[in-house]
Design a binder for this molecule. Sequence first.
Ligand code: PEP
Length: 247
Amino acid sequence: MRKNIAAGNWKMNTDLSFGQDFVKKINDFELPSDVTVIIGVPFLSIAGLVPVSGKISIAAQNCHQEESGAYTGEISASMLKSVDCKYVILGHSERRQYFSETDELILAKMHKVMEHGMKVIYCCGEPLHVREKEEQAVFVENQLKDSICKLTKEQMENVIIAYEPIWAIGTGKTASPDQAQSMHKHIRGILLNTFGENTAAETSILYGGSVKPANAKEIFSKADVDGGLVGGASLKPDSFLDIIQSF
Ligand code: PEP
């Protein structure tokens, strides 16, 4: 059975002491046992949070595709593994937009992350002008074809997909539950055609884009939505807790 997942993405916000207080607050609650809770934190906080993160798994928000070398300012997958980081978010639209990440590059990063035994949260999703032309299905299909569809079935066991329509990220605009369901069903269909029934049934597909306590329940209730990747609302323990309890 695929997992229900509530994943936060703190982006370039928060410091270590914020993170320590946050994970303590979340861990003080009895969390539902059927929900995997993950938070993508800034690189500098990972080593400090992993030992105290309790029921929460810690994710990085990026990593470099090479093993090591002269890449000033970069962080490698082996560095993340060495501090027991469990997940890496890859292909977030902000990385695609501001750092020119292509699906080819994201694929190379995915290989590296999995070589080191970590799991990937792979983000895809269309910009507004594509949605306005109603070309989102083809757009996302092309993203998947150039990235995760080139993985093996075995590698797919370590991939979570996050569908994040760019027009809904940080804008307060959310895709309607039906829009989310329709894209998630489409993505599951691509997984079915590429990898077969097992991968399609077992891969968790998260929705991301202005998820908050007020809309999480309805979005998560859709058949092909297995949870959320949450930016803004994951920065407040109370609202993230509400989202964790929305399945
Ligand atoms: C995100 O950063 O992945 C995201 C979905 O942000 P927000 O929830 O703030 O729209």
